[in-house]
Design a protein around this ligand. Sequence first.
Ligand code: ADP
Ligand code: GLC
Length: 478
Amino acid sequence: MVSSEAAPLAKTGGLADVVGSLPSALRALGDEAAVVIPRYASIDLKNARRVYDRLAIHFGPAQYDISIYQAPGEFPLYLVDCPALYERKGFYGELGVDYPDNHIRFAVLARAALTVARFLFRTEVFHCHDWQAGLVPAYLRTTFATDPTFLGVKTLFTIHNLGYQGLFPKPALPEVGLDAGVYRPGGMEFFGRISYIKGGIEFADALSTVSPTYAREIQTPEYGFGLDRALLARADVLTGILNGADYREWNPETDPLIPARYSTDDLSGKQTCKRQLIEEFGLPADAIQGPLIGMVSRFTRQKGADILAEVAGEIVAEGMCLVALGTGDPEYEDFFLRMAAEYPGRIAVRIGFDNALAHRIEAGADLFLMPSRYEPCGLNQMYSLRYGTVPVVRATGGLDDTIEEETGFKFAEYSGEALLEAVRSAAKVFADQDAWRAMMRRGMAQDFSWGTSAARYSALYRQLLAGPGVNPLAGKIF
Ligand code: ADP
Ligand code: GLC
């Protein structure tokens, strides 16, 4: 697997959770999986082993010297060390601005992954995640098309989020040693620029995304971010495989990060978690009586802060409180900071990334709100179910696939009004504590563990390997 994130070492969102857990689930099924990610400044190499030293990657006259480390763990996790490119404060940028050399940073990641496959981990399938890994299929179809090491090797490209595409100006092509021939509509050209995500979409042998509904949605103009036609053209190789939840980390019965543990049989610990969460966020003690809404989210356009802000006043007027944790675009962080300033003692916000606090919110809230504009899969709603924290979600992508009438509240239209109505319905059920606890328990009994999804990936890898080969010279199926 090639990815820009893997939990717990490098995480900004759900991609990291997936890449951090899926390899173990695959191993449990008898498959071997290894992961390649960049070694960012925040990753300590103290316990890692250097497994490949000083390898030069050449893009025309430019040279990037990398070393490869292996981190200890359940599966081989290879860290690509190249201080000039990765030893920085952020993964992708700082203060909302992307690093100007991201095209090079993630081209080097792709080339390093090919090196890992050549020397360290015999690879039959490259499973590439999101635009940051999009150049792996592109190099395999061009620069390395006739390299005997990669004959018969297959690629699966998984889209976790179509909204991030890796777009760069055309002159970036020679800077990453890519064949000029890829610059065409059926290749990596996208409205006059180069698109790394198209490297995956056009050149991978198979495509997947992280829920069946999102797989359908991205083939429509409304959700396609300009790529719907390209995806429609490849619909025959595109599948939706729902993400799993790693219950070793997200389970209120065993979670060491929450103040009190609880289960379906004994929910009393949840009340302790709620009380402490209210205190931690500085809300008045009487907030314990009404429904407490929790949010943990990247604060971006995707996640629905704008429609929430429209109705925040009405929500608190209903006697509900909201605690939110997130970080992201300054514009969307502001939405939350303004709501907190406007409704002190009712809405409280923490800006930042804090995994332990994310667990405490999952455990301490009554409702978990995800009013997403779009949501490829979403993991927090699955975690919420397990914590008896009833999800209120917009019916889109994976949210629609994982939440049912019996386990949560869904609304269809992307509007403040629709959101408010769903929250009000939840408050009504909350008022009847027996009905509420029954709903919590139904959610807690749901099983979204990785086994089923990992088996689907495993079957897909096998299907790829059994399928027709691609003659790289002709670029046609033979
Ligand atoms: P996305 O990948 O779009 O951000 P997901 O719901 O798939 O959404 O996954 C988000 C993951 O990142 C969850 O594990 C969530 O708990 C975590 N997360 C998001 N923001 C924060 C934050 N500010 N602090 C801690 N964890 C966060
Ligand atoms: C993306 C999506 C999210 C998904 C995650 C992992 O960041 O926004 O919906 O759960 O990737 O696949």
